[in-house]
Ligand binder design. Structure first.
Ligand SMILES: C[S@@+](CC[C@H](N)C(=O)[O-])C[C@H]1O[C@@H](n2cnc3c(N)ncnc32)[C@H](O)[C@@H]1O
Length: 275
């Protein structure tokens, strides 16, 4: 009979324990599946997941419904896209790391939303997200600034929601902080893409000159020799409102036209004046 030395027996037992532990870990995580690490390198931003409580609030802020097409720029493990899909929206995650894309697809399948939650392996700077009605992101301040011109060119009314990072001098329309289940990165910001109204507009009986800074408008309304300054001018997507001469003008902008009603009675209509 072969005898085994105590030292050899000890190393065999150790090997067996390590083998069983690692087999159990693999069985728990799924065989050979990629395990993401918080803080792992990303192309332009490391991966830090948005806490689920804030994901929920971000989608509330964006008023996400089944009519929406939500795109998450840098979608990590897919949690925002999957949560949006669970609300009935179509959703797309753009993510540079192929392992995270595969992980997201597996997560979407586990949650039963693979039909509405899609993921592409792509660079967000080279991606077309013009069809989105809601954009979500958790990137960095300088990346938000780089994306800002493209975001401002989205369809008026598109909602942009960012975890933690702002948009330079484009002030947010709303912000929300969560406390439950959130230790860090617990504030989200919302912007509503405003219609473009800067310039001169022709009314039936006068001219409206507008100066636009994102969603804030100033300017004047001229009728004959009478010019009055407008006040409290605001855009909320394609909705416009301002005070002029004691009346509140509200209306809707549609490309080169806008029309609505005046608080003192009647309607107003304007078309973009030729330059
Ligand atoms: C801070 S994490 C946010 C993940 C997810 N949006 C969330 O809120 O949980 C940023 C993600 O962006 C990805 N990323 C970084 N640079 C990117 C780029 N240029 N194109 C696409 N994804 C990028 C990273 O791999 C990472 O998963």
């Amino acid at each position: 009979m072969t005898t085994v030395s105590p030292a050899r027996r000890h190393s065999l037992i150790l090997w067996l324990v390590l083998f069983i532990t690692s087999a159990c870990a693999q069985a728990q995580s799924g065989k050979g599946e990629f395990q993401p690490q918080v803080g792992q390198e990303g192309k332009d931003v490391i991966w830090v997941p948005t806490p689920q409580s804030l994901v929920d609030r971000m989608l509330d802020m964006g008023k996400v419904t089944s009519r929406d097409y939500v795109i998450d720029l840098g979608s990590g493990d897919g949690r925002t896209v999957i949560t949006a899909a669970k609300r009935g929206a179509r959703a797309l995650g753009i993510e540079y790391n192929p392992d995270m894309v595969e992980l997201s697809r597996r997560n979407a399948a586990k949650e039963g939303v693979s039909d509405r939650a899609n993921f592409v392996k792509a660079d967000l700077f080279e991606s077309d997200f013009s069809q989105a009605t809601v954009i979500t992101m958790f990137l960095l301040p300088d990346i938000n600034l780089k994306l800002r011109p493209k975001l401002l060119n989205l369809k008026p009314g598109t909602r942009v929601v960012s975890n933690s990072f702002t948009m330079g001098d484009w002030a947010e329309d709303d912000s929300v902080s969560v406390k439950d289940g959130c230790m860090s990165y617990c504030t989200a910001y919302l912007w509503i893409v405003p219609a473009k109204v800067d310039g001169a507009w022709q009314l039936a009986d006068g001219t409206l000159n507008l100066k636009q800074t994102y969603q804030v408008i100033s300017g004047s309304l001229r009728r004959g020799n009478n010019t009055i300054q407008i006040a409290n001018g605001k855009l909320h997507g394609d909705q416009i409102m301002f005070n002029a001469g004691g009346a509140l003008y509200t209306g809707r902008v549609d490309g080169n036209g806008m029309e609505g009603s005046v608080s003192t009675g009647g309607n107003w209509k304007a078309t973009r004046a030729a330059k």
